[in-house]
Ligand binder design. Structure first.
Ligand code: SAM
Length: 336
């Protein structure tokens, strides 16, 4: 008998953008933030978020079918996960990344075939610009971008705060810190540690607001810093999260060297990214991140933990080890 093949997985993947956009629109419209205040029937929820009656029930029930909402006796509520992660009023909100996906990445990904053919970015940047010089033209856009980074990195920041032996160290510098998602989690979990967030000048007010809200201004400060020009201040630990993947191999190596030169003997470099599995066949999110980087930058690419570990060893780091963090992120640690 001929083997039966199932086409459903292929078709579902081909149409996955529809499910994805349903979630992104729900975040944009504030569905989860409204429902975090209490369950609502479809009419009340529709009025709160301002959508047309024709669209409402299918949209809400689609979110139920996608396991993003619950419906009981005609009233909708969040699941425990959407309540924790997608309510804008909570500090655990990770929707910033989804907001950026909705506002920018969803459209940019529409040009993937062209990017694959040309190797050129397909975002808003013009000749001679990179994404950060483009963002620097609009403080509001830069703020949204850094909030998206916190949404992307919060789970990894928590995991690094928990898994890394911070009790052995007193100071750290987070290179390309954005809003300060990692420093805030480390400082919250380890009251003896002081840190500095290093980033380009437009990021300073965003970092300082976030650190003030977390009540950590006595232990976390910001320093205007350009990876291509400035020296990293002397600290016990340097962290680089979602930085290396945005740049060419030559730049990646030079940033690792910069960290090595800045660290004292016994100091540690921690690199985290959505690293591709060493066999290059499993971590789908790592590959999707790398294709996003194809679309967003001229020379960036994601890499495996083994690649990263070899770049650290090349610069002289010892005791280099790689570990999975959470979701698609891994980290590589090396000691000077
Ligand atoms: C992809 S984000 C990563 C943010 C954060 N580390 C995280 O993991 O979520 C890259 C960060 O690097 C910063 N950056 C870009 N170019 C830089 C440069 N030349 N020097 C220092 N920081 C830079 C950006 O402003 C941005 O905050």
């Amino acid at each position: 008998m001929a083997q039966e093949f199932d086409h459903n997985a292929i078709v579902r993947l081909g149409m996955a953008y529809a499910e994805s956009k349903t979630l992104l629109s729900a975040v944009e419209l504030g569905v989860f933030t409204e429902l975090a205040k209490g369950p609502l029937d479809w009419q009340a929820l529709r009025e709160r978020i301002g959508i047309h009656p024709r669209a409402a029930r299918d949209f809400f029930d689609a979110l139920v079918a996608l396991r993003l909402l619950r419906r009981e006796n005609g009233r909708y509520s969040n699941t425990p996960e959407t309540d924790l992660f997608l309510d804008r009023a909570k500090r655990t909100y990770i929707g910033g990344m989804l907001e950026m996906s909705n506002a920018r990445l969803y459209r940019i990904w529409g040009s993937l075939t062209d990017a694959l053919r040309t190797g050129e970015p397909k975002n808003e940047i013009s000749e001679g610009e990179d994404i950060f010089t483009w963002l620097a033209k609009s403080p509001e856009k830069y703020r949204e971008f850094t909030q998206a980074m916190t949404g992307l990195s919060l789970p990894s920041a928590r995991a690094i705060a928990a898994k890394f032996p911070w009790e052995k160290y007193k100071t750290f510098a987070d290179v390309g810190t954005a809003q300060g998602g990692l420093p805030v989690q480390v400082a919250l979990a380890h009251p003896h540690v002081k840190g500095v967030g290093l980033d380009l000048a437009p990021v300073q007010p965003v970092f300082e607001d976030y650190v003030r809200e977390a009540g950590l201004t006595d232990r976390l400060r910001f320093q205007v810093f350009d990876l291509f020009r400035d020296v990293i201040p002397q600290v016990d630990v340097i962290t680089m999260g979602h930085i290396l993947h945005g740049w060419s191999l030559k730049d990646k190596r030079s940033f690792i060297k910069k960290a090595y030169d800045a660290l004292p003997q016994g100091g540690v470099l921690v690199v985290y990214d959505a690293m591709i599995d060493d066999n290059r066949s499993e971590n789908v999110a790592g590959f999707m991140m790398s294709l996003t980087i194809l679309l967003e930058t001229r020379e960036g690419f994601d890499y495996t933990s083994a690649d990263c570990a070899s770049w650290l060893r090349e610069q002289g780091f010892r005791d280099v080890r790689a570990e999975k963090l959470i979701g698609s992120d891994s980290f590589v640690v090396g000691v000077k």
